[in-house]
Structures are given as C-alpha cells and as structure tokens.
Design a binder for this molecule. Sequence first.
Ligand code: COA
Length: 319
Amino acid sequence: MTRRSVILGAGAYLPKRVVTNNDLAAQMDTTDDWIIQRTGIRQRHVAAEGEFTSHLAVKASERALAAAGLKAADIDLIVLATTTPDETFPATATRVQALLGLTRGAAFDVQAVCAGFVFGLAVADNFIKVGQAETALVIGAETFTRLLDWNDRGTAVLFGDGAGAVVLKASYGDRGVLSTHLHSDGRGHDALYVDGGPSSTGRVGHVRMQGKEVFKHAVSKLAQVIQEALDANGMTADDIDWLVPHQANRRIIDGMADKYRLPREKVVVTVDRHANTSAASVPLALAEAMDDGRIKPGHLVVLEAIGGGLAWGAALVRM
Ligand code: COA
C-alpha cells in the first residue's frame, strides 16, 4: 500500500479590518471600477498594528486542528510558507510552534512567495511519504500589505493579509496528495520582486512588479503545470472536481478554467474578498470550500500557484 498524506482538515483566518476599493480610491489615483474590471478584487483584509504573520498563522492552525479533530501535540512537523516573516530570523514557524505549545518535531519556513503553500505542501508530503513525519501542519500566512508601496497604484490595490492551514496525516490508501509538481526560473526575477532585504539593502523594501509580464507567465506556466499534474496521474480535466487556484487575478483564474473547460461552479474563487494574499491564498480558498461543504471526501482537487522567482507549482489531491 502506498503511504500518502491525507488532508484531514483545513482552517482559515482573516484579519478583522476590511479595506474596500473605494477606501483605496480615497487615498490614491484609482477607482473601484478599474480594480474590479482588471482584477476582480472588491476588498482585502489588512492586519492590525501589532498583529504579525505568526498570529494569523496560529489562528488558522487552531481552526485546521479543530477541523481535523486533532490536538497541537499530535503535530511533529510545521512547514510555514511566508514572504513576510515576523523577523528576519528565526523562522516564523518556530514562533507558531511555541504559540501552539509544541516542543517536539521540526518547524521551518519555506519561501516561494505566492507559490509558497504548494511548495510547503510538497515538502511536508515528501517528509510524510518517506516516514520522517506522521502529522504535519502546512501553513500559508502573510502580512503582505507591509511590503506595499502605497504610492504605487499598480501594486498597492492587488494584495491583502491572511492565513490558511491544513493538517496532513500519514495514511495508506487511495486518498491523499497524489503528486506535487514544482518549478522555478530565476530569470523571471525582475518581473516581481522586493527591492530590499537583509543582505542587499538592509531595509525590508517594497514590492515591484511588471504586471503584464507576470500575467503572461502566469497564464502559460499554470496551464503547463496543471497538465503536468494530470499527465503524471493518467488523468484528464474531466476527472477534476475542484480547481483551487492561486487568487491573484480573476482573469487569470477564468483563463485556467476556460483552458481546462471547467465550469465556474468547479472553481473556488476568493480573490474578490481576499485579494492576493500570496502564500495564504490557496489554503484560504481550500479551507473555505472544505468548511462550507463544497469540497467533499473523495473529490479530486487541483491546487496551483505562481509567484515571484518566478516559482510555480501544482498539486493533485484526492480528498
Ligand atoms: N488604478 C487605475 N489605473 C491603474 C492602476 C490602478 N490601480 N494601476 C495601473 N493603472 C493604469 C496604468 O498606469 C496604465 O495607465 P496608462 O495606460 O495611462 O499608462 C493602465 O492602468 C494600464 O496599466 P497596465 O499595467 O497595462 O494594466 P493591465 O491591464 O496589465 O492590468 C494588472 C494591470 C496588474 C491588473 C495586471 O497586469 C495583472 O493582474 N498582472 C498580474 C499581476 C499578478 O497577478 N501579480 C501577482 C502574481 S503572484
């Protein structure tokens, strides 16, 4: 029997403060209409002062543990995907570990920007498959708005804060993560990056993006990696019950759905309410659709994401 990682439960957390497009239009040269037409975004959540990535991550993790029917003490691996760690070091995952009251196992961060959750899922899945972990928390958590230049309307309107988490458990059978597919290509650096860091400038820096360039790469690379995941499992788009895509832009999401002839009812969309929460976007969407009963045990789910690096990936999961 194949040892696999089953997703036992998922949890989401969004900061209380909601910022609408009209709120942004009051402080920069943009409109609700422009943002909705180009991106599908209507609002985003923004973390409060003193609310850190680890705090969002802990709340999402507690909800994921409750959904899975497990206690924090059952966890022996925490993989946290984030681009906005509390501090340059230690890993924010260790903050989460301490806040959950855990002292055993390993906890570390993974950095693949918006693709981070898919990368983190792949890492944890491989730990479980080889027997190095039994029960893992995989978290995507971001206070991404802290990287924004509020004078750059081309990026400031696109992002939000939040966290999502899943509990993975070793299991023998047909259910679980069937395969993960990861890619990166550092030649894409200039399309999407932060102009700062501890080793280069000593400042945190701000997001810089060539929007059209990222859009073009997103459409082609996500389509390729979904096909790669289907081919690896001898499946076709007809087998997909749910697409849970990275929530960056409604037009990119619709492009993927059209490419694979998926009706809109099979695509989980949160970008209108969450905007792009980077590594948190996929687990936030997954948690929402599991929680409201759309995604059910036995369903075949495709997760996909792309972000700075460029880095991109997909996972095929039998729930
Ligand atoms: N409000 C109003 N106008 C804006 C604006 C805003 N928030 N941001 C940019 N504009 C203007 C531009 O200045 C430009 O004006 P100009 O024609 O006078 O020069 C015009 O709108 C068109 O800008 P452009 O960048 O060509 O628009 P676009 O159709 O490519 O849409 C994005 C911009 C960012 C929405 C789109 O490129 C995109 O979504 N890219 C992918 C981004 C992404 O997903 N990033 C994260 C990946 S993890």
